[in-house]
Write a protein that binds this ligand. Sequence first.
Ligand code: 13P
Ligand code: SF4
Length: 297
Amino acid sequence: MLTDDILRLKEEQNAVILVHNYQTGPIQDIADLLGDSLELSRAAARTNAEVVLFCGVDFMAETAAILSPKKRVIMPEAGASCPMAQMITAQNLIEFKKKRPLAAVVCYVNSTAEVKAESDICCTSANGVEVVNSLAEDEVIFVPDRNLAHYVSRHTENKIIPWDGYCYVHDRYTREDVRKARTPHPKAELLVHPECRPEVVDEADYVYSTSGILRHVQESDAGEFIIGTEVGMNYRLKKEAPKKEFYPLSKGAVCLDMKKTTLTKVQKALETLEPRVVVPKDVADRARSAIERMLAV
Ligand code: 13P
Ligand code: SF4
């Protein structure tokens, strides 16, 4: 069977399989570590494996390659990219910084290595508020997600200057989606990701990263939840809390790039150790300090 073959190849190649919560069920089932962006960054920094196979999108694999330059980081589908990360270039950020020379630059990990290299510190959806609150500067340029920037701005005294990027999966939820989802399930708790628009965040009972959503579900006394994040999350929630009920805030919340990874591509990647993700050393060295500064917060 394909899965047995993958597990055999993984042992032979001394590989570890890191998987994001938005991957499909069969990919989640072969994970050594399944998690949110912060958990995966931490795992990439401390693994002893020689090969890191990353099932997610390119900025995640790049982060692993930056943190573990001696390891071979491979991605089963090299074309899996995050459209939000493409909404700002390093040159855009350099120009933006010139207009705000006193501001610190916080960069959401959903960004290219080149943009990280121009930033002071990274953050994820799980630690954005702590990262901003750790800064001495009053003004903070926050790239690329305007919605996460807005969410963070509500929980800090710092002045946040957002870049106008967004995640097309989360930005499309509306108040009307909330009304439609709540009407048939009045007792369900609404949990949303901070990449959602402010008007959707306002309607939510709780706002968390993907792993924060999982933790909340495990600790809550509630039995029903409306989930305002990418639909792949519901597979994990149902597996880990089978007695609880989960309803997507919208069935259309699908990240197409996250779904490009398949078991067949994983098997091929483990056989060939390709496609390899390589970040040029000068970019990696500068991006590493922004990521490590985040991990230290
Ligand atoms: P987290 O899993 O860190 O919440 O990130 C969500 C996301 O959009 C990743 O692409
Ligand atoms: Fe990017 Fe949104 Fe897909 Fe995450 S869900 S990879 S932020 S497009």
